[in-house]
Design a protein around this ligand. Structure first.
Ligand SMILES: Nc1ncnc2c1ncn2[C@@H]1O[C@H](COP(=O)(O)OP(=O)(O)OP(=O)(O)O)[C@@H](O)[C@H]1O
Ligand SMILES: [Mg+2]
Length: 462
């Protein structure tokens, strides 16, 4: 039993809250972080870099910059207190030439002696200035007389006024003598180098990620039955291994399909030869009711064989091209009407889709044929959004009971043997339709139609 379960209810509530917060944080984190491999890897590189640099910059600012500024302003205030001492020591001639000369030459301070007016009121303190605070502190420590300081007024000078007994000393000190002014160069260097590093990282990452993207594209295209053009294994060893494995797999699948097709075609061909011989022999027989029946059987067998052959031939290497699905749907509607059904058709969304046009027409056509055979009214509805192309064929016929909906896809399986033996097909229509849909990476789905019969939907990723 865990602490959370055995503990007092407060603890349990806290544990539940923490769990909840954790789940919500994970969901939020998943939502805000990018999904792609490329931005993710960039983030993995950039985040530590930014954090590291911020910490370094902060420590530098905090420590180095403050220390240096404190020391520099201590030096300036020492100079100023020297001037104050000198003022007392040196003979007070008319212009205080001696004092001013020493201050200017040796201390780089510009000193003026003003009449002993009261000091101006203290100016507004800059909100965030290390210089102002540390200079005030240092001067206050060293000079007993009242002092007025202005670090803001002039851009590159600091003005300090000191009230002596019989005068006011006004001293200008160069601003950059009092604080570490060149720290921005450090920041510049830091930002500059990180930009260079980032550029290099982006370039390198691009080259590492592209092979993975290519592999994903190739696998996706193969899954949709499209051509995988000039795809070659590239990039890091693992990516290359995956690409080689994919190519191997693709080759194996293609070889298997080819073998199946050849074998089936071979069998059908052999049987057709024998059937032809049958027909010939039948032709030499006397006409009669038995031969009539035999002839009919042979014809039926030949028809089935043809259909089988067509099925086995399967994908005759048609290329996927941009096909106008709206036109295709309308074509099928016309065919359905010609076959005596009341048909309507509609298409929504951008109609140009990259598919094997003839194959897909055969696929949906089979569904429409079924509908026409079993029902009087047919509706063909096409929609296409960002992910899927869907064509539904609705009818008002008897439909297919739910339990049989998987079974009917089996080749040569027909449910309506009893219903209408003669005009039934060979039982291959749905198998072929599913085959074609799957070759496009899609599926054929059977469901109940709002019209009362069957709804057969072809769904294909675009
Ligand atoms: N729209 C439908 N309404 C009722 N039953 C259907 C419908 N579509 C198909 N079926 C049933 O599913 C069975 C299999 O259909 P499938 O298209 O594979 O073969 P088929 O139509 O009999 O022959 P083929 O299409 O090769 O001429 C059909 O025999 C029929 O019983
Ligand atoms: Mg059919």
């Amino acid at each position: 039993m865990s602490v959370a379960e055995s503990g007092p209810s407060g603890l349990r509530v806290l544990a539940a809250w923490l769990r909840d917060a954790n789940t919500r944080f994970a969901a939020w984190f998943n939502r805000v972080t990018p999904k792609g491999l490329y931005p993710r890897s960039l983030l993995i590189i950039v985040t530590p870099m930014v954090i590291l640099q911020s910490v370094v910059a902060f420590v530098f600012m905090e420590r180095h910059y403050n220390t240096v500024t404190r020391r520099l302003s201590a030096a300036v205030s020492q100079d100023i207190s020297a001037v104050v001492a000198l003022y007392d020591l040196l003979p007070k001639d008319k212009d205080f030439t001696e004092l001013r000369r020493v201050a200017w030459r040796n201390l780089a301070l510009n000193v003026t002696v003003l009449p002993p007016d009261p000091l101006p009121p203290p100016g507004p303190k800059p909100f965030f200035s290390v210089l102002d605070s540390s200079l005030s502190r240092e001067i206050g420590r060293r000079i007993q007389q009242p002092v007025w300081i202005d670090t803001v007024g002039r851009s590159n000078l600091i003005e300090v006024r000191i009230k002596m007994e019989d005068a006011v000393l006004r001293i200008f000190a160069p601003r950059n003598a009092a604080y570490a002014s060149n720290s921005h160069i450090f920041i510049l260097w830091m930002v500059g180098t990180s930009l260079v590093l980032l550029t290099v990282a982006i370039l390198f990452l691009r080259n590492q990620i592209r092979p993975i993207e290519n592999l994903a594209d190739a696998a996706e295209a193969f899954g949709k039955g499209r051509d995988v053009e000039n795809f070659r294994p590239r990039g890091a060893r693992e990516v290359r291994r995956a690409a080689i494995a994919f190519l191997e797999m693709k080759r194996r699948i293609e070889r298997q399909i080819e073998q199946r097709t050849t074998m089936l075609a071979g069998v059908s061909h052999d049987m057709r030869t024998i059937l032809t011989r049958f027909k010939l022999e039948l032709a030499f027989l006397e006409e009669g009711p038995e031969t009539e029946a035999l002839k009919k059987d042979v014809d039926e067998l030949a028809g089935m064989l043809e259909a089988y052959l067509a099925f086995a031939r399967g994908d005759p290497g048609e290329q996927a091209v941009l096909t106008d699905m709206a036109a295709l749907v309308e074509d099928l509607r016309l065919n359905a009407e010609r076959d005596g059904a009341i048909a309507q058709a509609s298409f929504m969304g951008p109609p140009l889709v990259e598919v094997k046009g003839d194959q897909l027409k055969r696929c949906v056509g089979n569904l429409v044929n079924n509908a026409v055979r079993h029902a009087a009214r047919v509706a063909i509805t096409g929609t296409r959004d960002a992910r899927w192309l869907m064509v539904s064929v609705d009818d008002d016929g008897p439909g297919i009971p739910e339990a049989k909906r998987e079974e009917v896809f089996r080749p040569f399986l027909r449910l309506d043997d009893a219903r209408n033996q003669d005009d039934g097909g060979s039982g291959l229509g749905l198998s072929i339709a599913r085959d074609i849909a799957r070759a496009h990476g899609g599926e054929v789905i059977l469901a109940d139609s709002p019209m009362g019969g069957l709804r057969a939907t072809v769904r294909i990723p675009v």
